[in-house]
Design a protein around this ligand. Structure first.
Ligand code: GMT
Length: 375
């Protein structure tokens, strides 16, 4: 198939998932065309079946807000017609579903029928999409999609709850390449972070409010009182100054490392003992799944779709959102008990294997076939 993939190219679960999906489809012989405003972060190597089309957004003094959606739709039209795409698969509803709808209408005037599939990822529904400024267009463009997928049952249910959706939403879970994330011994790296054999706790996110990174720091401060440990914070975002202030207030700066946006996440995960994800909401929690693939148990909140991947006592533990004491107690219990830690590490890997890339990609391919047959 000739598939157009539209996503956000930046660090963030939806872009990562879309890029990994495109790479896996290309490995299976499909022609994959990425259409984004910047090279996606995980699209970092040449592949004979992968093409990249950058969306250019011309500016003009009249534009306080350059019309990105128009530029994106026009680029979609260009790629559909010139690369003879069979379908478009857009990730994150805003604005990708409405721009795909527009492109579909335009190419139909030239006799081309090109269906589009919309994958909902989380905040496009639960946070931004629900804002009344966006809700009408989100509802309309989801309903106009030829197929809709959500990355967890929770996200599917939330979508039905908040929007008038008249179509079926299929749940196709996020996936992980367990080979890539398989745990490797990296003593030099580990020693550089934890020279005295300290435990390493890890958090990876875009440091937005919804991630509750201050809770990560508070949990770590409690763990550190009981167990010599270090905290690795991977990523960056708007809450960073608040987080740095909190570290100073708690007097724990020398044990907290901000390592910024990292591409080699598998290395960071390989040296970690525990992954912390106390989010207000997570449709899925892709970073937690990648951590599990590296045999890192997860201490998380029980929000959104997290109970669909983090199984208490098997892959980690869960607490209510904001229950810093509960999360810290779980972390301390786990890090003090080598046998329990070993059991959960094994359980985490077993769980990651259920979401193996090879189990999930065929579900997308089957959906594409089904959509094409319906045209
Ligand atoms: O978590 C974010 O803020 C990024 C966001 C995105 O769209 O890039 O992530 C969402 O999609 C990921 C991939 O499907 C999910 O694993 C995340 O749970 C989801 N984030 C939220 O629901 C907050």
């Amino acid at each position: 198939m000739r598939i157009g993939i539209v996503c956000y190219p930046t660090y963030g679960g939806s872009g990562v998932l879309a890029t990994e999906l495109g790479k896996a489809l290309a490995d299976k012989g499909h022609m994959v065309h990425f259409i984004t405003y910047q090279q996606p972060v995980r699209l970092n190597a040449f592949h004979a079946n992968i093409y990249y089309h950058e969306v250019q957004v011309p500016t003009y003094p009249l534009f306080d807000f350059p019309p990105y959606e128009s530029a994106l739709s026009s680029t979609m039209v260009d790629v559909i017609l010139n690369q003879k795409l069979d379908l478009l698969h857009v990730h994150y509803a805003i604005p990708h579903a409405s721009t795909a709808y527009m492109a579909k209408q335009i190419v139909s005037k030239q006799g081309r029928v090109v269906p589009f599939i919309t994958t909902l990822h989380g905040t496009d529904i639960t946070l931004v999409g629900r804002d009344k400024t966006y809700a009408p267009i989100v509802t309309f463009s989801i309903n106009e999609s030829d197929a809709i997928t959500a990355v967890s049952e929770n996200l599917r249910d939330e979508t039905y709850k908040y929007f008038q959706i008249e179509k079926d939403i299929s749940v196709i879970y996020n996936f992980v390449d367990t080979q890539r994330f398989s745990r490797r011994e990296m003593p030099h790296f580990r020693n550089a972070i934890a020279p005295n054999g300290e435990k390493i706790l890890l958090h990876v996110s875009n440091f937005r409010k919804v991630k509750r990174v201050p809770d990560v720091v508070k949990v770590f401060a409690k763990v550190r009182q009981e167990i010599p440990s270090k905290l690795l914070l991977v990523g960056d975002g708007p809450d960073r100054p608040t987080i740095e202030c909190l570290c100073r207030e708690l007097g724990i700066c020398e044990d907290v490392r901000f390592v910024g946006k990292q591409e080699q996440l598998e290395d960071v995960m390989s040296i970690s003992d525990l992954f912390l994800l106390p989010s207000d909401y997570e449709s899925f929690g892709l970073a937690a799944l990648e951590a599990m693939a590296a045999q890192v148990p997860v201490i998380s909140s029980n929000a959104g779709g997290l109970p669909e991947i983090n199984i208490p006592g098997q892959t980690g533990y869960m607490s209510n959102v904001g229950d810093v004491d509960g999360m810290a107690a779980h972390a301390i219990k786990l890090l003090q008990d080598d046998a329990l830690l070993a059991k959960l590490r094994k359980g985490a890997l077993t769980q990651a294997q259920r979401f193996h890339i090879n189990n999930i990609i065929p579900q997308y391919e089957a959906l594409y076939e089904q959509v094409l047959q319906q045209q």
